[in-house]
Design a protein around this ligand. Sequence first.
Ligand code: ATP
Ligand code: MG
Length: 630
Amino acid sequence: MTAEFEVSLESRVVRPDPVYLETSALGPWKQAYRRYLEDPDGFWAQYAGELEWVEPWDRVKDWEYPYARWFVNGKLNITINCLDRHAAGERRNKVALIWRGEEEGVERVLTYRQLHRQVMRFAGALRNLGVGRGDVVCIYMPLVPEQIVAILACARIGAVHSVVYGGFGADALNTRIRDAGAKVVVTADVGYRRATRIPLKTIVGEAVRNAPSIEKVIVLRRTVPHVALHPEMEIDFQECMAAAPSHVDPEVMDAEDPLFILYTSGTTGPPKGIVHTCGGYMVGTYYTAKYIFDLKENDVYWCTADPGWITGHSYIVYGPLAAGATVLITETVPDYPDPGIWWRVIEDFGVTVFYTAPTAVRMFMKYGDEWPARSVLDSLRVIGSVGEPLNPEAFEWYHRVIGQSRCPVLDTWWQTETGMHMLATLVGEPMKPGFVGRPIPGVSAEVVDREGNPVPPGTGGFLVLTEPWPAMMRTVYKNDERYRKYWTTVDTLYLAGDLAVKDEDGYIMVLGRADDIIIVAGHNLGTAEVESALVAHEAVAEAAVIGVPDPVKGQAVKAFVILKVGYAPSEKLKTDLIYHVRMSIGPIAMPSAVEFVLSLPKTRSGKIMRRVLKAQEMGVDPGDISTLEV
Ligand code: ATP
Ligand code: MG
């Protein structure tokens, strides 16, 4: 990276109500961050010490670059902290899970005690099938309480879960089952999506056909009358629970034993099987759930992700439950039966902390303010974002319309690999639209050049993490070479693969993926900059840009644009948009072509896949598109 990679750092500062900082459990960023810098191990030991351990650790960490071990020789079971700790104490009758089905009025509520009992029973059921420590269980389910029960039951007995998002097809499922050598698949007969039934069991039937490691398939039967089960292969979820003991002791795990394998989104290439371990992951997700969301005892917390992604693992299941929160889950999609559904859910259940993705925010912007206006959103306290850059325009809308200009917007940057939040603007701190924020206390991040030297504020570079952190991945499954590459490509730093820029206050803006960088006449452009400029135009709902070959400039920008409801494509609008980008960023970023589209290629977790656009444009093979939403 060279110094000509200059980025405009202009941003409005949005100051939240001081009460947020006064009541924050972590306190001001500066003090908390200093506490971390003065004694990094002591900092993490403090939060680990808030949790229950079967045996204490000897050392907080061993760092033998690029391999870390955290809470060395500590013994634990994560479910003790997610369940037993609450069920045995004052949170016994506290609501752990609220589930809302797709149909209005279809709801289930589980207290911590009830969830604890269900998890133990299902753990017993798995054990009855011969599943034990280190065995891999594939979970391919809709977003129902049983999915979370299955995940926690694996953790209870030391089995390694590999959750596969219920929207994937048979091929993707088969690959993941075989890759991990799963012994059992847990599924349901159907999932519901937009009032149609997704035949999960049928898909599993196809996926296990040439997956010899699979011994049994456990099926949650939701439809009545019940579907028939294959007599040798398939077992009913409820029946095997009923036959299991009601109490199952937690398996005592070493802090470094694997907890799960999870594949990345596949946005930039083939998905990577990320391996997380028990101890560090528990501490990292507990700390961030409790202190970064700043959860209070009475919060109703809703993260709209699916447990099939890391966001669901860390911030639906493990983090919030370790923190003893009330977690809402729902099978509803954001725009069915209409784009007001999520706001009705917030009003109905009094959601206080809401966590979603920019793709959803931009979709709601497209439909207009009238949908959220029909619901009372007064219960909301904090609104979060993760997954892609939250464009300044999307920030403004989210803050004004959903947060009613009152709720802090908690943008969080992190990855499947990091396991937990890395960058954020702490609740109560000044927010800068377009910037994620600073490294959270406990995390060291920097923006550097190719050699690993920090670049000055205003200069774009690579986003890196400079110190290990507890919830970091331990390896890439069956591909340790790939793991090492994260730590060896730029000096000895963890290379995230994103481009970023820092301002004078240390706030970091993510500029896009390093793979998607566009180089126009020797100037580097991050995709997010140009896309944010486009989204700031009143007619634009969503945009994606790619670099296309240009005989003079090397590359030129091509833009794909989705218009808001009420705007029609025209040549005049194309010219307006090109001019608009020129005025916002400069002539370098001016698109040479604009194409109006009705949708953009996205991963099933909602991220724009620019490499697919690029391949289409160039007429070449797009590579691994197993995670493309179809
Ligand atoms: P793959 O690694 O397979 O290409 P992926 O990187 O999309 O897929 P995830 O681990 O789900 O897989 O996503 C992490 C990435 O998401 C980050 O590297 C970053 O590019 C993007 N991201 C996450 N949160 C934010 C955020 N708050 N702001 C900007 N980008 C974000
Ligand atoms: Mg990635």
